[in-house]
Write a protein that binds this ligand. Sequence first.
Ligand code: SF4
Length: 121
Amino acid sequence: MLKPIPTIDRDPTQEELNNIDKVEIMLAEESGSELPSHMHMARSLATDSWRSLKAFMRGKKVLVEPEEAIRRWEICEGCPFLKYDETNPDTGKRDGRCVHCGCFMNVKVHFKECSCPVDKW
Ligand code: SF4
């Protein structure tokens, strides 16, 4: 049986961080600014909603603390996968949508059971 070896936390070098940014910009340009298919977005929304409902039914918190939501949002704001070209029906504003999941991220960052589709938060 495979037993993964835990990795050790370390601080990345500036060069590694720069390389991550370069690759992410390249991936964002390659995938374009297209949102996922409606089927993909519907499934993502249904899955996230179910996770939050399940947490609520189990008596767990559904929302994160405001500080955590701000931390997540700041990561999204600096992410090349965030695009601003549609009006969010919840806020009436042109809010950022993630090209990976199609979600309006300034709403999604508040939900405890939600996560970044590429593990940035
Ligand atoms: S959820 Fe992740 S991939 Fe999407 S915009 Fe935010 S940080 Fe970027």
